[in-house]
Design a protein around this ligand. Structure first.
Ligand SMILES: CC(C)(COP(=O)(O)OP(=O)(O)OC[C@H]1O[C@@H](n2cnc3c(N)ncnc32)[C@H](O)[C@@H]1OP(=O)(O)O)[C@@H](O)C(=O)NCCC(=O)NCCS
Length: 134
């Protein structure tokens, strides 16, 4: 399988990929803003179609990795690893001596991240929800 990685991702492909892995829906306006504000975006394509993505935001001392997703038809082919390796290359370029890398995942995906060196960590989280907003 010829997988092409690039640092471009359209809002439409982002929405399609989110939907394919059952991530909750986000309005296109917020998606555009989220992509614009990302410090690094990576996508994977097969035969010209987007099949995977990941992105991160950082202030240079901490990183938050988000939206790591591979279309279900393409999972198990090393694409998730390929995306995360490129994320790692970007993070290795940060200047700070110690960088904390954060991400949220459910327990069924922990093994994927553990293979890449990530460890479980305690933390606190607040979900802000308001059904009046888009
Ligand atoms: C998690 C996800 C990104 C993995 O992508 P993928 O392309 O299927 O993963 P890869 O084929 O690159 O797998 C890399 C390695 O991780 C392992 N792996 C993949 N998913 C795993 C899982 N859920 N649990 C344990 N190990 C896993 C693979 O076996 C492979 O191991 P190997 O290198 O020893 O052969 C993909 O399953 C996905 O998009 N899931 C839905 C969205 C999601 O939950 N994303 C994460 C939360 S942000």
């Amino acid at each position: 399988m010829n997988v092409v990685y690039s640092s471009t991702l359209s809002t439409q492909d982002y929405c399609k990929l989110r939907k394919s892995v059952d991530f909750y829906e986000i309005s296109e306006e917020h998606v555009r803003r989220a992509l614009d504000k990302s410090d690094f975006v990576i996508s994977a394509a097969v035969d010209g179609a987007a099949v995977g993505m990941a992105r991160l935001i950082t202030d240079g001392t901490q990183v938050f990795i988000m939206d790591v997703a591979v279309h279900p038809d393409y999972q198990g082919n090393g694409i998730g690893r390929g995306l995360m390796e490129r994320i790692r290359q970007y993070m290795d370029g940060l200047e700070c001596r110690r960088v904390i890398v954060n991400l949220i995942t459910d327990s069924s995906k922990e093994g994927f991240y553990e293979k890449l060196g990530y460890q479980k960590a305690e933390g606190m989280r607040l979900w802000l929800e308001n059904i009046e907003k888009t």
